[in-house]
Write a protein that binds this ligand. Structure first.
Ligand code: ADP
Length: 509
């Protein structure tokens, strides 16, 4: 029984899920729930405070109002008690106290003592007042606010000797607003807008404009101001709910950014791990492939060498064939070893190129000669097109020969039913182009960019049974780039491939 451990990528994804996504989701849910609670309690607290503030303000206004009325009544009483008092002396009060809009003095029999005459309207109000107040009120000598029509009248009984006198006082609404309400409300500080409103919700006084402000609490006055109320308004956008929301938004953005950074880090690490895992797999394949590639020609050389040594091959033609196999396999072996060594030099950055002006045709011919035997054996149709006037080009002959050998080797390795190898050198623009084309298995378009990466080999089914290490084309690309050129591929699966090496005609200094 084989136990398959989850792959590092799977483990990494599971770790990412458990370590980041899960805590983030839990934190998000908790954050949301506590935000809702926080919002509700902030709102409750805020409204409670607003109610307290409103009722405190009514008390302050009433206190100031009663104190003002007390003072005025005190002055009236002092005047009334003066020896030789004549009602006319009350003019002084009316003249000096703007708070008093109308002042009347009436005796127990309902006779008007002050002022001398009243408008019919005021007279009516006094008559109604006399009906309103009770016998006991006269006897106790008390004071109260009485609503007559739409007006509030302060009624107070003064005892002067045995005869009670009734003082009726109407307040000046403008002075009341300015001196009592405004003075008190201006001293109240806070983010909310405080106002006094009348029975139709019209502001009598407001500390700031009330447009679009929401009313959050009201408190009624006592009998002194029965139709007015203190109201607290919340300016637009200043509700605790909104403040909490703003805080939550800032928090959510910060949290989101943090998550993005974490996820970004995870994705980057994931990619790195993925690449490293892939690289480790490719390297393992590389080692296996190279070992296999080394073993095959070595066993052939050994087998043919031993057979020759034992003198088992008597005919000269047979012996020559054995020698050719040994030579071909040793060449293949050296090519492979060269490739691996050059590749490791290239990896370390130790590969040096000796680029000098070189005739192209001999490089192609000599490289191709090494494949003569195998090409002939596999019945390849070979076409080489090199114009006789092709000028010499700056090249490292060994490196270019090695690159061409890799391309030719691949063309043979990945051949199909029709074996053709076409090599063609030409000048295109300001570059020398050398193409190696085959009619082999071809390469899928999505694989084409990847085949130049080190250790990369196209899916096993395509390359199955075909020896290789996956470094050949990486080396080809390096050689081309070292010359200031490039390598391109055109290929169709099932039809064949054409690799072209491009070398600039002039060396860049
Ligand atoms: P390998 O040692 O596997 O041949 P290379 O680097 O030379 O390594 O090539 C990389 C891969 O590109 C090969 O494994 C093969 O799948 C594909 N390839 C290269 N040349 C050809 C070709 N001429 N036709 C089809 N596929 C090719």
């Amino acid at each position: 029984m084989t136990i398959r451990l989850p792959s590092p990528l799977l483990r990494f994804s599971a770790f990412g899920l458990l370590a980041i996504v899960l805590p983030a989701a839990i934190l998000g849910v908790f954050g949301y729930v506590s935000l809702r609670k926080w919002e509700t309690s902030a709102e409750l607290l805020f409204r409670e405070q607003a109610r307290d503030l409103a009722s405190m303000t009514t008390e302050k206004v009433e206190m100031l109002l009663l104190r003002t009325e007390d003072e005025i009544l005190g002055r009236i009483e002092a005047i009334v008690r003066r020896p030789g008092f004549t009602p006319d002396a009350l003019r002084e009060v009316v003249a000096t106290a703007p708070f008093v809009e109308r002042l009347c003095l009436v005796d127990r029999q309902g006779r008007l003592l002050f002022p001398a005459a009243l408008t019919p309207e005021d007279m009516g109000a006094v008559s109604k007042l006399l009906v309103e107040i009770s016998q006991a009120f006269w006897e106790r000598g008390s004071r109260r606010h009485v609503v007559v029509g739409d007006q509030v009248i302060l009624a107070a009984v003064l005892r002067v000797g045995s005869d009670p006198l009734l003082v009726a006082l109407r307040r000046n609404p403008e002075v009341l607003r300015r001196e009592i309400v405004e003075k008190t409300l201006r001293a109240v500080e806070g983010p909310t807008i405080i106002a006094v409103i009348d029975d139709q919700d019209r502001p009598v006084y407001a500390r700031a404009p009330l447009d679009r402000a929401e009313r959050i609490a009201t408190a009624s006055f006592g009998a002194a101001l029965p139709s007015w109320r203190v109201a607290l308004y919340q300016p637009e956008g200043l509700s605790p709910r909104e403040a909490v929301r703003r805080q939550a938004t800032v928090f959510a953005i910060a949290f989101g950014l943090l998550l993005v950074v974490i996820v970004g880090g995870l994705v980057a690490t994931y990619r790195l791990v993925k690449r490293e895992t892939e690289m480790a797999r490719l390297k393992a394949d590389f080692v296996a492939n190279v070992s296999h590639d080394l073993k095959t020609p070595l066993s052939l050389i050994r087998m043919f060498g031993e057979t020759l040594q034992l003198g088992r091959v008597t005919e000269e033609a047979g012996r020559q064939e054995y020698y050719r196999v040994i030579t071909r396999e040793s060449e293949r072996l050296s090519r492979l070893i060269d490739n691996v060594l050059d590749f490791s030099r290239l990896e370390d950055g130790r590969r040096e190129y000796d680029i000098v002006t070189t005739a192209v045709e001999p490089v192609i011919r000599e490289t191709l000669e090494a494949f003569d035997y195998v090409l002939g054996q596999q019945g390849f149709k070979v076409e080489v097109t090199v114009p006789p006037d092709l000028p010499p080009v700056p090249l490292d002959a060994d490196a270019v020969g090695q690159a061409l050998a890799n391309l030719m080797d691949n063309a043979i390795k990945y051949s199909g039913d029709v074996n053709t190898l076409r090599i063609d050198a030409r000048i295109e623009g300001d570059a020398l182009a050398i193409s190696v084309a085959d009619t082999g298995i071809g390469i899928l378009p999505e694989e084409q960019p990847k085949i130049f990466e080190k250790f990369y080999r196209v899916g096993r089914s395509e390359t199955q049974g075909r020896r290789g290490s996956g470094v050949g084309l990486a080396l080809v690309r390096h050689v081309a780039q070292a010359h200031g050129g490039r390598v391109t591929v055109e290929s169709r699966p099932g039809e064949g491939s054409r690799f072209t090496l491009w070398f600039p005609l002039c060396r860049e200094s």
